[in-house]
Design a protein around this ligand. Structure first.
Ligand code: ATP
Length: 441
Protein backbone atom coordinates (compact mmCIF):
# COMPACT_ATOMS: atom_id res chain seq x y z
CA UNK A 1 0.00 0.00 0.00
CA UNK A 2 1.21 3.48 -0.83
CA UNK A 3 1.19 5.12 2.59
CA UNK A 4 1.11 8.90 2.79
CA UNK A 5 1.89 11.26 5.65
CA UNK A 6 -1.18 12.11 7.77
CA UNK A 7 -0.93 15.72 6.57
CA UNK A 8 0.78 17.10 3.49
CA UNK A 9 2.25 20.16 5.17
CA UNK A 10 3.37 20.88 8.69
CA UNK A 11 1.66 24.30 8.39
CA UNK A 12 -1.69 22.61 9.09
CA UNK A 13 -0.48 21.51 12.54
CA UNK A 14 1.45 24.72 13.22
CA UNK A 15 -1.70 26.78 12.77
CA UNK A 16 -4.00 24.40 14.68
CA UNK A 17 -1.44 24.24 17.50
CA UNK A 18 -1.40 28.03 17.78
CA UNK A 19 -5.15 28.52 17.38
CA UNK A 20 -6.18 25.94 19.93
CA UNK A 21 -3.39 26.49 22.45
CA UNK A 22 -1.13 23.48 21.96
CA UNK A 23 2.11 25.21 20.94
CA UNK A 24 3.04 28.91 20.66
CA UNK A 25 6.22 30.54 19.36
CA UNK A 26 8.36 31.49 22.35
CA UNK A 27 8.42 35.14 23.51
CA UNK A 28 6.03 35.95 20.70
CA UNK A 29 5.26 39.50 21.85
CA UNK A 30 8.96 40.29 21.31
CA UNK A 31 8.93 38.82 17.83
CA UNK A 32 9.60 35.23 18.86
CA UNK A 33 12.90 33.45 19.35
CA UNK A 34 13.99 31.21 16.55
CA UNK A 35 13.44 27.52 17.27
CA UNK A 36 12.02 28.03 20.76
CA UNK A 37 8.43 27.12 21.54
CA UNK A 38 6.05 27.29 24.48
CA UNK A 39 3.40 24.70 25.20
CA UNK A 40 -0.01 26.26 25.72
CA UNK A 41 -2.76 24.97 28.01
CA UNK A 42 -3.62 21.94 25.87
CA UNK A 43 -0.04 21.28 24.82
CA UNK A 44 1.17 21.25 28.41
CA UNK A 45 -1.51 18.71 29.32
CA UNK A 46 -0.82 16.60 26.22
CA UNK A 47 2.90 16.55 27.01
CA UNK A 48 2.20 15.56 30.60
CA UNK A 49 -0.03 12.71 29.43
CA UNK A 50 2.61 11.46 26.97
CA UNK A 51 5.26 11.52 29.67
CA UNK A 52 2.92 9.70 32.05
CA UNK A 53 2.13 7.07 29.39
CA UNK A 54 5.87 6.48 28.86
CA UNK A 55 6.59 6.33 32.60
CA UNK A 56 3.69 3.96 33.16
CA UNK A 57 4.93 1.64 30.42
CA UNK A 58 8.65 1.86 31.17
CA UNK A 59 8.73 2.13 34.98
CA UNK A 60 5.40 1.64 36.72
CA UNK A 61 4.44 -1.63 35.01
CA UNK A 62 7.86 -3.24 35.28
CA UNK A 63 9.51 -4.76 38.30
CA UNK A 64 13.02 -4.40 36.91
CA UNK A 65 13.05 -0.74 35.87
CA UNK A 66 13.39 2.15 38.30
CA UNK A 67 13.13 5.90 37.82
CA UNK A 68 15.62 8.72 38.28
CA UNK A 69 15.61 12.51 38.03
CA UNK A 70 19.17 13.80 37.72
CA UNK A 71 20.17 17.45 37.57
CA UNK A 72 20.63 19.26 34.25
CA UNK A 73 23.97 20.75 35.24
CA UNK A 74 26.48 18.06 36.10
CA UNK A 75 30.17 17.90 36.89
CA UNK A 76 32.04 18.97 33.72
CA UNK A 77 34.17 15.81 33.90
CA UNK A 78 31.00 13.83 33.05
CA UNK A 79 31.10 15.30 29.56
CA UNK A 80 34.80 14.69 29.17
CA UNK A 81 34.29 11.03 30.10
CA UNK A 82 31.30 10.64 27.81
CA UNK A 83 33.21 12.06 24.86
CA UNK A 84 30.90 15.06 24.42
CA UNK A 85 33.55 17.72 25.07
CA UNK A 86 35.82 16.32 22.38
CA UNK A 87 33.37 14.85 19.95
CA UNK A 88 29.79 16.16 20.23
CA UNK A 89 30.22 18.26 17.14
CA UNK A 90 28.50 18.93 13.85
CA UNK A 91 30.18 20.22 10.68
CA UNK A 92 29.33 23.92 10.25
CA UNK A 93 29.70 25.60 6.85
CA UNK A 94 29.34 29.30 6.09
CA UNK A 95 28.39 30.98 2.80
CA UNK A 96 31.20 33.30 1.68
CA UNK A 97 28.68 35.72 0.18
CA UNK A 98 25.68 35.98 2.52
CA UNK A 99 27.18 34.51 5.71
CA UNK A 100 24.44 31.86 6.12
CA UNK A 101 25.57 29.14 8.51
CA UNK A 102 24.33 25.65 7.95
CA UNK A 103 25.05 22.09 8.97
CA UNK A 104 27.02 20.50 6.14
CA UNK A 105 25.30 17.13 6.45
CA UNK A 106 21.87 18.81 6.29
CA UNK A 107 22.49 20.73 3.04
CA UNK A 108 19.78 20.00 0.50
CA UNK A 109 20.77 18.38 -2.78
CA UNK A 110 21.01 21.05 -5.43
CA UNK A 111 22.38 23.63 -2.98
CA UNK A 112 20.93 26.59 -1.13
CA UNK A 113 19.76 29.88 -2.66
CA UNK A 114 21.99 32.76 -1.58
CA UNK A 115 20.16 35.71 -0.03
CA UNK A 116 22.82 38.08 -1.40
CA UNK A 117 22.62 37.45 -5.15
CA UNK A 118 19.89 34.83 -5.60
CA UNK A 119 22.40 32.38 -7.05
CA UNK A 120 23.73 29.42 -5.07
CA UNK A 121 25.50 29.83 -1.73
CA UNK A 122 29.24 29.22 -1.83
CA UNK A 123 30.29 27.38 1.29
CA UNK A 124 33.81 27.31 2.71
CA UNK A 125 35.50 24.39 4.46
CA UNK A 126 33.46 22.85 7.31
CA UNK A 127 34.39 23.70 10.91
CA UNK A 128 33.51 21.33 13.71
CA UNK A 129 31.08 23.04 16.05
CA UNK A 130 30.40 21.72 19.58
CA UNK A 131 26.68 21.53 20.32
CA UNK A 132 26.89 21.82 24.09
CA UNK A 133 25.62 25.03 25.70
CA UNK A 134 28.12 26.43 28.16
CA UNK A 135 27.54 28.48 31.24
CA UNK A 136 29.27 29.19 34.55
CA UNK A 137 28.46 27.94 37.99
CA UNK A 138 28.92 30.66 40.59
CA UNK A 139 30.00 34.29 40.19
CA UNK A 140 33.34 33.72 38.44
CA UNK A 141 33.26 33.42 34.68
CA UNK A 142 36.52 31.55 34.17
CA UNK A 143 37.41 28.05 33.08
CA UNK A 144 37.29 26.74 36.64
CA UNK A 145 33.55 27.42 36.78
CA UNK A 146 32.69 26.22 33.27
CA UNK A 147 29.73 23.85 33.17
CA UNK A 148 27.43 22.56 30.45
CA UNK A 149 23.70 22.20 30.06
CA UNK A 150 23.29 18.47 29.49
CA UNK A 151 22.88 17.52 25.82
CA UNK A 152 21.23 14.20 26.79
CA UNK A 153 19.70 12.73 29.91
CA UNK A 154 21.52 9.40 29.58
CA UNK A 155 24.74 10.40 31.35
CA UNK A 156 22.83 11.26 34.52
CA UNK A 157 21.80 7.60 34.58
CA UNK A 158 25.29 6.20 34.07
CA UNK A 159 26.85 8.31 36.82
CA UNK A 160 24.12 7.18 39.24
CA UNK A 161 24.54 3.49 38.41
CA UNK A 162 26.34 2.81 41.71
CA UNK A 163 23.84 4.80 43.78
CA UNK A 164 20.91 2.91 42.28
CA UNK A 165 22.32 -0.58 42.84
CA UNK A 166 23.36 0.35 46.39
CA UNK A 167 19.97 1.80 47.32
CA UNK A 168 17.52 -0.57 45.62
CA UNK A 169 17.04 -4.30 45.20
CA UNK A 170 17.37 -4.34 41.40
CA UNK A 171 18.81 -7.49 39.84
CA UNK A 172 20.46 -7.82 36.47
CA UNK A 173 18.98 -7.31 33.91
CA UNK A 174 17.45 -4.03 35.04
CA UNK A 175 16.80 -0.55 33.75
CA UNK A 176 17.02 3.05 34.96
CA UNK A 177 14.69 5.52 33.28
CA UNK A 178 14.44 9.27 33.32
CA UNK A 179 12.72 12.16 31.64
CA UNK A 180 13.92 15.73 31.44
CA UNK A 181 15.21 18.68 29.48
CA UNK A 182 18.24 18.47 27.22
CA UNK A 183 19.95 21.25 25.32
CA UNK A 184 21.81 21.24 22.02
CA UNK A 185 23.02 24.31 20.21
CA UNK A 186 21.78 22.94 16.90
CA UNK A 187 23.14 24.72 13.84
CA UNK A 188 19.97 24.25 11.89
CA UNK A 189 16.68 23.99 13.73
CA UNK A 190 13.68 23.22 11.62
CA UNK A 191 10.35 21.60 11.10
CA UNK A 192 8.61 23.25 14.03
CA UNK A 193 9.36 21.34 17.25
CA UNK A 194 11.08 18.46 15.43
CA UNK A 195 14.54 19.90 16.05
CA UNK A 196 15.00 22.62 18.64
CA UNK A 197 17.79 23.74 20.93
CA UNK A 198 15.87 23.07 24.14
CA UNK A 199 13.88 19.86 24.24
CA UNK A 200 12.85 17.02 26.49
CA UNK A 201 13.96 13.43 26.38
CA UNK A 202 12.69 10.17 27.82
CA UNK A 203 15.56 7.72 28.05
CA UNK A 204 16.10 4.35 29.64
CA UNK A 205 19.36 2.47 30.12
CA UNK A 206 18.77 -1.27 30.30
CA UNK A 207 21.75 -3.04 31.88
CA UNK A 208 22.27 -6.69 31.05
CA UNK A 209 24.87 -9.43 31.05
CA UNK A 210 27.43 -9.18 28.23
CA UNK A 211 26.45 -11.64 25.51
CA UNK A 212 22.71 -11.16 26.07
CA UNK A 213 22.58 -7.60 24.75
CA UNK A 214 21.48 -8.40 21.21
CA UNK A 215 18.49 -10.39 22.50
CA UNK A 216 17.51 -7.43 24.66
CA UNK A 217 18.07 -5.12 21.72
CA UNK A 218 15.48 -7.12 19.73
CA UNK A 219 13.15 -7.10 22.72
CA UNK A 220 13.29 -3.32 23.11
CA UNK A 221 12.79 -2.74 19.38
CA UNK A 222 9.45 -4.53 19.60
CA UNK A 223 8.45 -2.96 22.90
CA UNK A 224 9.13 0.57 21.73
CA UNK A 225 7.34 0.13 18.42
CA UNK A 226 4.35 -1.32 20.28
CA UNK A 227 4.25 1.68 22.61
CA UNK A 228 3.53 4.00 19.70
CA UNK A 229 0.98 1.74 18.00
CA UNK A 230 -0.78 0.97 21.29
CA UNK A 231 -1.22 4.72 21.71
CA UNK A 232 -2.82 4.94 18.30
CA UNK A 233 0.00 5.86 15.90
CA UNK A 234 -0.71 4.37 12.46
CA UNK A 235 1.56 1.28 12.20
CA UNK A 236 2.22 1.86 8.48
CA UNK A 237 3.70 5.27 9.29
CA UNK A 238 6.31 3.73 11.57
CA UNK A 239 9.35 1.78 10.53
CA UNK A 240 12.64 0.59 11.95
CA UNK A 241 15.78 1.72 10.16
CA UNK A 242 18.87 -0.22 11.24
CA UNK A 243 22.09 1.77 11.16
CA UNK A 244 24.64 0.65 8.60
CA UNK A 245 28.02 -0.51 9.95
CA UNK A 246 29.68 2.80 8.99
CA UNK A 247 26.99 4.76 10.83
CA UNK A 248 27.53 2.98 14.15
CA UNK A 249 29.54 4.64 16.92
CA UNK A 250 32.77 2.68 17.47
CA UNK A 251 31.51 1.26 20.78
CA UNK A 252 28.06 0.29 19.53
CA UNK A 253 27.26 -3.15 18.13
CA UNK A 254 23.71 -2.41 16.96
CA UNK A 255 21.53 0.66 16.52
CA UNK A 256 18.15 1.29 15.00
CA UNK A 257 16.02 4.37 14.49
CA UNK A 258 12.28 4.22 14.96
CA UNK A 259 11.20 6.45 12.09
CA UNK A 260 7.87 8.14 11.44
CA UNK A 261 6.53 9.35 8.12
CA UNK A 262 6.46 13.11 8.81
CA UNK A 263 5.07 15.51 6.15
CA UNK A 264 8.69 16.09 5.05
CA UNK A 265 9.46 12.36 4.83
CA UNK A 266 10.71 9.53 7.03
CA UNK A 267 12.68 10.88 10.00
CA UNK A 268 14.00 9.66 13.33
CA UNK A 269 11.53 9.61 16.16
CA UNK A 270 13.45 7.46 18.63
CA UNK A 271 16.88 5.85 18.68
CA UNK A 272 17.54 2.41 20.16
CA UNK A 273 21.22 1.63 20.65
CA UNK A 274 23.27 -1.23 22.01
CA UNK A 275 26.10 0.70 23.67
CA UNK A 276 28.09 -2.23 25.14
CA UNK A 277 29.96 -1.32 28.35
CA UNK A 278 31.41 1.89 26.93
CA UNK A 279 29.76 4.49 29.17
CA UNK A 280 30.16 2.71 32.50
CA UNK A 281 33.81 1.91 31.72
CA UNK A 282 34.54 5.51 30.73
CA UNK A 283 33.00 6.87 33.93
CA UNK A 284 34.94 4.30 35.98
CA UNK A 285 38.13 5.43 34.28
CA UNK A 286 37.50 9.18 34.68
CA UNK A 287 36.06 9.08 38.22
CA UNK A 288 38.27 6.34 39.64
CA UNK A 289 35.12 4.70 41.07
CA UNK A 290 34.34 1.11 40.12
CA UNK A 291 30.98 0.83 38.37
CA UNK A 292 30.51 -2.92 38.40
CA UNK A 293 27.75 -5.44 38.85
CA UNK A 294 28.58 -8.14 41.35
CA UNK A 295 26.92 -11.49 40.84
CA UNK A 296 25.66 -12.62 44.27
CA UNK A 297 25.98 -16.33 43.49
CA UNK A 298 29.34 -16.55 41.76
CA UNK A 299 30.86 -13.43 43.27
CA UNK A 300 32.07 -12.43 39.80
CA UNK A 301 32.16 -8.66 39.15
CA UNK A 302 31.79 -7.27 35.68
CA UNK A 303 30.65 -4.19 33.75
CA UNK A 304 27.16 -4.77 32.36
CA UNK A 305 26.27 -4.04 28.75
CA UNK A 306 23.48 -1.59 28.01
CA UNK A 307 20.58 -1.08 25.61
CA UNK A 308 19.30 2.48 25.34
CA UNK A 309 15.89 3.47 23.95
CA UNK A 310 16.05 7.30 23.67
CA UNK A 311 12.98 9.27 22.69
CA UNK A 312 12.43 13.01 22.29
CA UNK A 313 9.26 14.02 24.14
CA UNK A 314 8.59 16.99 21.85
CA UNK A 315 9.14 14.87 18.76
CA UNK A 316 6.77 12.24 20.16
CA UNK A 317 4.17 14.95 20.83
CA UNK A 318 4.54 16.29 17.30
CA UNK A 319 4.07 12.75 15.96
CA UNK A 320 0.92 12.17 18.02
CA UNK A 321 -0.49 15.53 16.86
CA UNK A 322 0.24 14.89 13.20
CA UNK A 323 -0.96 11.30 13.19
CA UNK A 324 -4.20 12.15 14.99
CA UNK A 325 -5.16 14.94 12.57
CA UNK A 326 -8.15 14.28 10.29
CA UNK A 327 -10.44 16.38 8.17
CA UNK A 328 -13.77 14.69 7.59
CA UNK A 329 -17.23 15.37 6.32
CA UNK A 330 -20.18 14.49 8.51
CA UNK A 331 -23.66 14.79 7.04
CA UNK A 332 -22.39 17.37 4.60
CA UNK A 333 -20.53 19.39 7.22
CA UNK A 334 -16.74 19.48 7.48
CA UNK A 335 -15.11 18.67 10.78
CA UNK A 336 -11.51 18.69 11.96
CA UNK A 337 -10.76 16.03 14.51
CA UNK A 338 -7.74 14.95 16.51
CA UNK A 339 -8.28 11.26 17.11
CA UNK A 340 -5.97 11.03 20.13
CA UNK A 341 -5.85 7.79 22.06
CA UNK A 342 -7.90 8.40 25.25
CA UNK A 343 -4.79 7.89 27.41
CA UNK A 344 -3.03 10.90 25.93
CA UNK A 345 -6.00 13.11 25.00
CA UNK A 346 -5.45 16.39 26.91
CA UNK A 347 -9.12 16.67 27.82
CA UNK A 348 -10.79 13.37 28.58
CA UNK A 349 -14.40 14.50 28.82
CA UNK A 350 -16.46 17.63 28.15
CA UNK A 351 -19.67 18.19 30.09
CA UNK A 352 -22.47 20.30 28.60
CA UNK A 353 -25.86 21.44 29.83
CA UNK A 354 -28.15 21.50 26.78
CA UNK A 355 -29.88 24.62 28.10
CA UNK A 356 -28.75 27.24 30.59
CA UNK A 357 -31.86 26.72 32.74
CA UNK A 358 -34.01 24.22 34.62
CA UNK A 359 -31.13 23.12 36.84
CA UNK A 360 -29.19 21.69 33.90
CA UNK A 361 -26.04 23.83 34.46
CA UNK A 362 -25.91 22.84 38.13
CA UNK A 363 -26.27 19.15 37.30
CA UNK A 364 -23.57 19.42 34.61
CA UNK A 365 -21.26 21.21 37.08
CA UNK A 366 -21.80 18.39 39.57
CA UNK A 367 -20.75 15.81 36.97
CA UNK A 368 -17.77 17.95 35.98
CA UNK A 369 -16.65 18.15 39.62
CA UNK A 370 -16.75 14.36 39.98
CA UNK A 371 -14.82 13.72 36.76
CA UNK A 372 -12.28 16.51 37.18
CA UNK A 373 -11.22 15.04 40.48
CA UNK A 374 -9.75 12.16 38.46
CA UNK A 375 -8.58 13.75 35.22
CA UNK A 376 -8.76 16.83 33.01
CA UNK A 377 -12.35 17.55 32.00
CA UNK A 378 -14.09 20.75 30.85
CA UNK A 379 -17.47 22.35 31.38
CA UNK A 380 -18.91 24.27 28.42
CA UNK A 381 -22.30 25.95 28.14
CA UNK A 382 -21.73 28.39 25.29
CA UNK A 383 -23.03 28.10 21.75
CA UNK A 384 -25.08 25.42 20.06
CA UNK A 385 -24.47 21.81 21.00
CA UNK A 386 -23.12 21.16 17.50
CA UNK A 387 -20.52 23.89 17.90
CA UNK A 388 -19.54 22.56 21.30
CA UNK A 389 -18.99 19.11 19.76
CA UNK A 390 -16.81 20.61 16.99
CA UNK A 391 -14.71 22.50 19.52
CA UNK A 392 -14.01 19.30 21.41
CA UNK A 393 -13.40 17.26 18.23
CA UNK A 394 -10.75 19.72 17.16
CA UNK A 395 -8.77 19.22 20.37
CA UNK A 396 -9.32 15.47 20.50
CA UNK A 397 -11.68 15.07 23.48
CA UNK A 398 -12.86 11.43 23.33
CA UNK A 399 -16.30 11.93 24.89
CA UNK A 400 -18.90 14.66 25.40
CA UNK A 401 -21.51 14.29 28.11
CA UNK A 402 -24.76 16.22 27.78
CA UNK A 403 -27.26 17.01 30.47
CA UNK A 404 -30.77 17.78 29.11
CA UNK A 405 -34.37 17.96 30.28
CA UNK A 406 -34.61 14.18 30.46
CA UNK A 407 -31.66 14.14 32.87
CA UNK A 408 -33.70 16.11 35.33
CA UNK A 409 -36.42 13.46 35.17
CA UNK A 410 -34.56 10.15 35.02
CA UNK A 411 -30.94 10.93 36.02
CA UNK A 412 -29.52 9.86 32.66
CA UNK A 413 -27.06 11.73 30.41
CA UNK A 414 -26.02 11.38 26.78
CA UNK A 415 -22.52 10.19 25.94
CA UNK A 416 -21.28 11.12 22.48
CA UNK A 417 -18.26 9.25 21.16
CA UNK A 418 -15.79 11.42 19.20
CA UNK A 419 -14.84 8.71 16.71
CA UNK A 420 -18.00 6.67 16.11
CA UNK A 421 -20.31 9.64 16.79
CA UNK A 422 -22.53 7.14 18.52
CA UNK A 423 -24.74 8.57 21.26
CA UNK A 424 -25.92 6.49 24.19
CA UNK A 425 -27.88 7.33 27.32
CA UNK A 426 -26.52 6.15 30.63
CA UNK A 427 -27.54 6.59 34.22
CA UNK A 428 -25.38 9.13 36.06
CA UNK A 429 -24.61 6.51 38.67
CA UNK A 430 -23.24 4.23 35.92
CA UNK A 431 -21.25 7.03 34.22
CA UNK A 432 -17.84 6.34 35.77
CA UNK A 433 -18.07 2.61 35.06
CA UNK A 434 -19.18 3.19 31.47
CA UNK A 435 -16.39 5.70 30.77
CA UNK A 436 -13.83 3.32 32.21
CA UNK A 437 -15.17 0.42 30.14
CA UNK A 438 -15.34 2.40 26.89
CA UNK A 439 -12.34 4.70 27.17
CA UNK A 440 -10.15 3.36 29.96
CA UNK A 441 -10.43 6.43 32.20
P1 ATP B 1 20.13 13.80 15.12
O1 ATP B 1 21.07 12.86 14.46
O2 ATP B 1 18.79 13.94 14.41
O3 ATP B 1 20.72 15.12 15.50
P2 ATP B 1 20.51 12.14 17.34
O4 ATP B 1 20.56 10.83 16.65
O5 ATP B 1 21.75 12.80 17.79
O6 ATP B 1 19.66 13.16 16.49
P3 ATP B 1 19.85 11.16 19.89
O7 ATP B 1 21.05 11.68 20.53
O8 ATP B 1 19.79 9.70 19.57
O9 ATP B 1 19.53 11.99 18.57
O10 ATP B 1 18.60 11.60 20.75
C1 ATP B 1 17.52 10.76 21.04
C2 ATP B 1 16.22 11.39 20.65
O11 ATP B 1 16.12 12.70 21.20
C3 ATP B 1 16.01 11.60 19.15
O12 ATP B 1 15.53 10.42 18.55
C4 ATP B 1 15.00 12.71 19.13
O13 ATP B 1 13.68 12.21 19.32
C5 ATP B 1 15.38 13.55 20.33
N1 ATP B 1 16.18 14.71 19.92
C6 ATP B 1 17.50 14.75 19.70
N2 ATP B 1 17.89 15.99 19.34
C7 ATP B 1 16.76 16.76 19.33
C8 ATP B 1 16.51 18.15 19.05
N3 ATP B 1 17.47 18.98 18.73
N4 ATP B 1 15.23 18.58 19.15
C9 ATP B 1 14.23 17.73 19.50
N5 ATP B 1 14.42 16.43 19.78
C10 ATP B 1 15.67 15.94 19.70
Amino acid sequence: MDIKPAISSLDTIVSLAKRRGFIFPSSEIYGGLSSCYDYGPLGAQLKRNIKDAWWREMVQKRQNIVGLDASIIMHPRVWEASGHVAGFTDPLVECKKCGARLRQDHLPEGGVKCSKDGKLCEFGEPRMFNLMFRTHLGPLEDTSSLVYLRPETAQGIFVNFGNVIDSTRVKLPFGIAQQGKSFRNEITTRHFTFRTCEFEQMEMEFFCEPGTELEWFEYWKTERLNWFTNLGVTPERLRLRPHAADELAHYSNACVDVEYLFPNGWSELEGIASRTDYDLKKHSEYSGKKLLWKDQQTGAAFTPYVIEPALGTDRALLTFLIDAYKEEEIEGNPRTVLSFHPRIAPIKAAVFPLLKKDGQPEKAQEIFATLSDRYQAVYDDSGSIGRRYRRQDEVGTPVCITVDHQTMEDQTVTLRDRDSLEQVRVKIEALSGTLFEKFGF
